[in-house]
Design a protein around this ligand. Structure first.
Ligand code: AGP
Length: 621
């Protein structure tokens, strides 16, 4: 069965917030939405109940546009909901923006997800009642459907409406007739509620709530929530109350702020020494033991796997490639790495003797999630490497290794990528020990060097100004080629993706040895080529490839290890990374590339944190 069909008018990825309590709702909603814009920013809207009047305001474009038009003191509302939208097809306009209301404007609804059978519901509603639909969206039917079933009990109406809906949703509802409550429901789209004193909150993600509370409940699939000023109640699909533990958020509100950096992306690039330290200190003890906290497979269970699959999308997929390299090198176990959108539709050989590793920053990427479910159906054990605690991927897994990189707000993944790679390296070393392929001395050497990484990354970051100057001189380039051999190729893939998504530069990543099989035809005078040359055993070959492109007029920037004087004679520019073990070099070589893409993006005046056409978590296939 196809779970998600892309409709013309579909709203696919959005942020939702809600507030009820002792304070004015509007500032809380606007603050919350500002933290969720990474989820979408085509339009923004709020609904407030102000002295029993339903006020709905929405604007096309960024939240700032809506904010400009709202004077906080004009509203005396203590309950409200808000939405920020990301649309692929159909107009991202004011009419399609959320909240949506019923015919008489008494019920307002916000929705993140897709109602697959909305056309059927729409036709049916038009038959049984006289409804004029205002928007092209699937979400509007929710407001009308709830209204149709409303008979003095909002929760009952929401249950009945949801019963008819197929698809994915995090929905929040307020009604003029029951102004003392917000009702919310979740299926396959993230929803959390925040616990306050005399006030309660809901949101798609934690940063939206951090200014107000650190105590949250994660809402599970098919659960309904009733928020009143004084309490939060959760119910299952059969209307039975559910007990849910309180999750205490430990990271600071500042982690979700820019702290003086011009962009979140730059801040997150600079946070990499910190995120490395965090990941290492939580997983390695003073005796060099690696702890896979969150995964309770025994060594025997690990040894019983005859194959490992790593499945992910985009940047997480590139981290997966590094994982394959490290696991095969350290543990000598065969690993397949698959792009999740491909894995889902493949007749893969995965079975009960396989270990399936899902890698995902958000833990909400639909392709990854559905691949995971497919693997589970075929009997594989599921281990996930995830950054967002409590996300869907982590909940559906048999074991979870959190990356502990802290919130990543910039749409382009930077610190989450290196943390994913680091966790995969740690897992690989652990498997190397379990499979008895690594000696204690080798393990100690690797771990010692991993402990040096935060200081090495600091040294790479100290070169930011040089990278910026270079980016300023190169930002007009229409294309850039990244080439590498061996594990350098994976950094090349990731560098190229960064250039596409934030710098809007036509970028290509290629195995240097493949150039002569076609791509070299594209190299001409002044073509910018970035050569990753950290692998000593492939060094001579790489130098030849640099010479080959230079002979065709290319301008070559090399990324090499300190002490490599030879490269200075061949490349036009060299960015040095600290000398480290070859196998660990990708943890460093990608960092100047992140900076390069960032500064080109800034020089071009792009919206670095929220690049065009993208969103942070991709919850459709
Ligand atoms: C990374 O810069 C991209 N924004 C994107 O490729 C991302 O890595 C991909 O969508 C997977 O996201 P996830 O890690 O949240 O699953």
């Amino acid at each position: 069965m196809v779970l998600f069909v892309v409709f013309e008018e579909e709203i696919i990825m959005c942020g939702v917030v809600g507030y009820i309590g002792k304070n004015k709702a509007l500032p809380v909603l606007l603050n919350g939405l500002s933290k969720l814009e990474y989820r979408g920013y085509d339009s923004a809207g709020i609904a407030l109940l102000d002295h029993n009047e339903m006020i709905v305001k929405k604007r096309k474009g960024r939240l700032a546009g809506l904010e400009k038009e709202l004077i906080v003191d004009d509203y005396d509302a203590f309950i409200g909901i808000g939405h920020t939208r990301w649309a692929t097809h159909g107009a991202p306009n004011e009419v399609n923006a959320h909240p949506h209301t019923n015919q008489v404007n008494s019920i307002a609804v916000i929705h993140n997800g897709i109602i697959e059978n909305y056309l059927k519901i729409k036709e049916w509603l038009q038959e049984v009642s006289e409804i004029t639909f205002k928007s092209e969206t699937d979400s509007e039917v929710i407001a009308h459907l709830i209204s149709y079933y409303y008979d003095g009990d909002l929760m009952d109406a929401v249950y009945k409406a949801v019963d008819r809906m197929e698809g994915a949703y995090a929905i929040s509802v307020i009604s003029k007739d029951e102004p003392d409550k917000i009702i919310a429901v979740r299926k396959d789209s993230p929803l959390i509620v925040g616990i306050g004193e005399g006030e309660q909150f809901l949101a798609s993600d934690i940063p939206a709530l951090l200014k107000y509370t650190r105590k949250v409940h994660f809402i599970e699939n098919d659960e309904f929530v009733l928020l009143t000023k004084d309490k939060i109640e959760i119910f299952d699909a059969f209307r039975q109350p559910v007990e849910r533990e309180v999750f205490e958020v430990t990271w600071d509100a500042e982690s979700a702020e820019k702290e003086g950096y011009q962009h979140f992306t730059l801040k997150e690039i600079h946070e990499q020494p910190k995120s490395f330290k965090e990941t290492l200190s939580r997983r390695i003890d003073k005796d060099f033991n690696i702890h896979l906290e969150g995964v309770d497979f025994t060594d025997e269970e690990f040894r019983a796997f005859d194959k490992i699959y790593i499945v992910a999308c985009g940047t997480a997929y590139h981290a997966g490639l590094l994982g394959k390299y490290a696991i095969e090198k350290f543990a000598k176990v065969p690993v397949e790495v698959e792009i999740a959108s491909e894995f889902r539709y493949k007749d893969s050989f995965i079975n009960e003797k396989s270990l399936f590793i899902a890698v995902s920053q958000s833990g909400e990427t639909l392709d990854t999630l559905q691949s995971l479910r497919e693997a589970k159906r075929k009997g594989a054990k599921i281990l996930s490497i995830v950054n967002v605690v409590g996300s869907s991927v982590s909940r559906d897994s048999d074991g979870v290794l959190y990356t502990w990189a802290g919130p990543e707000i910039g749409v382009a993944s930077t610190k989450a990528y290196t943390s994913q790679a680091l966790v995969l390296y740690l897992l690989a070393i652990k498997l190397g020990m379990i499979y008895e392929q690594l000696s204690n001395v080798q393990v100690k050497e690797l771990i010692d060097e991993l402990y040096n990484m935060p200081a090495y990354i600091e040294r790479v970051l100290e070169q930011s100004h040089r990278v910026q100057e270079f980016a300023d001189s190169q930002f007009n380039n229409e294309s850039v080629f990244f080439m590498g051999r061996g594990v350098d190729l994976y950094s090349a893939y990731e560098a190229s993706l960064k250039f596409k998504e934030i710098s809007y530069v036509n970028s290509f990543a290629i195995a240097a040895g493949e150039l002569k099989h076609g791509t070299i035809a594209l190299i001409e005078d002044e073509t910018l080529v970035v050569a990753l040359a950290t692998q000593q055993h492939l060094y001579e070959k790489m130098l030849s490839n640099i010479v080959e492109v230079k002979a065709r007029g290319a301008y070559v920037v090399a990324v090499a290890m300190e002490g490599d004087d030879e490269i200075l004679k061949t490349a036009d520019e060299v960015i040095f990374i600290p000398k480290t073990m070859e196998c660990l070099a990708p943890l460093l070589s990608v960092i100047p590339m992140q900076l390069f893409a960032y500064y080109v993006s800034v020089a071009k005046g792009n919206d670095v944190d929220k690049p065009r056409n993208l969103a942070k978590s991709v919850t459709v296939e």
